[in-house]
Write a protein that binds this ligand. Structure first.
Ligand code: GLU
Length: 304
């Protein structure tokens, strides 16, 4: 498959969308990013890499790191994790409070903020130094020891954390956060602040693309069956209130973030990371989503 040629045709085809959408600005530090950037990288399981555009420019992973949190929480808790959250698409925004109130503090899935806050609580409770363990996993998966938190982005998000604080309080009220709320929130913002470029992110997701191999990274282990199930959750819950649309248009498991990144996998073949800061109304990257739609269309490869 000539992925490089496909990437070039994608770059041409998405050009008309270049001023559509707006970058996230509810986190002040993200509002400062130049929105007119686009990069993509494919890493195949047979060790080939195809890149184009701004694929070496680091960006804020935001909710994409919830996939790493799930790998760690599942490794530590196994199926017990599902006593504290579900695995159903939410059909609501990532930071919505309504459903959480109606469902008495049990988040619908690990990839909305409430689910990720519960996972942050698990990691804070179970690990002596969760920040060190989390960045250790991100470095191991990306193959890049220089990957780091962006403390400024974490501080910036903390300074406007009204909704996430409300979610954490609701979870605590229902007994679904065991530890100190502020400790859990601080760790959550740190997780979201990690930066990678598309090349490093595609590398990090190879571990999920290779679902026939057990996961064994930085001291965290998952069976191949657990990796497969993580892909299932990415497929059904990875794109906010647009997981159905992403499944329909792209047909790959993945996860997006409000930094404009999307990481996806074609199980058994490749991982792909795409980044462009302008988001649609649901919070997914406009050019990122279109790029992946064109990738699976032109390559005629998707899980369906
Ligand atoms: N840190 C962001 C928040 O909690 C993550 C949002 C996202 O990327 O979905 O609002």
């Amino acid at each position: 498959m000539d992925y490089q040629k496909i990437l070039q045709s994608i770059q041409r085809d998405i050009e008309p969308l270049k001023s559509e959408g707006q970058q996230a600005d509810y986190i002040p530090a993200l509002a400062a990013v130049n929105p007119d950037q686009w990069g993509i990288c494919i890493n195949t399981l047979d060790n080939k890499q195809y890149t184009l555009g701004d694929s070496a420019v680091p960006f804020s992973l935001q909710s994409i790191t919830k996939v790493f949190a799930l790998a760690m929480a599942l490794s530590l808790e196994g199926d017990n994790l599902w006593t504290r959250m579900g695995k159903e698409p939410s059909g609501t925004a990532f930071n919505s409070l309504i459903q959480l109130e109606l469902e008495k503090g049990k988040p619908r899935n690990p990839f909305i903020n409430s689910g990720a806050l519960v996972m942050a609580d698990v990691l804070v409770e179970r690990l002596p130094n969760p920040e060190a363990a989390f960045i250790g996993l991100a470095r191991d998966l990306s193959g890049c020891p220089s990957i780091d938190y962006n403390f400024e982005v974490a501080r910036s998000e903390h300074s406007v954390a009204y909704l996430n604080t409300a979610i954490a309080n609701l979870l605590k009220y229902h007994g679904n956060i065991h530890g100190d709320i502020d400790r859990v929130l601080r760790f959550y913002f740190m997780m979201c602040s990690i930066e990678m470029n598309c090349q490093q992110l595609a590398h990090a997701f190879l571990a999920f693309a290779d679902h026939r191999k057990p996961f064994d990274h930085a001291g965290f282990q998952l069976t191949s069956s657990q990796v497969k199930r993580m892909n299932a959750i990415m497929q059904t819950c990875g794109f906010y209130d647009e997981a159905g649309e992403f499944s329909y248009l792209v047909g790959l498991p993945g996860k997006s973030g409000v930094g404009g990144g999307i990481a996806a996998v074609f199980p058994g073949q490749y991982s792909v990371a795409v980044w462009s800061p302008r988001l649609n109304a649901k919070g997914n990257s406009v050019m990122g989503m279109k790029s992946l739609e064109l990738l699976t269309t032109h390559s005629r490869q998707s899980i369906f």
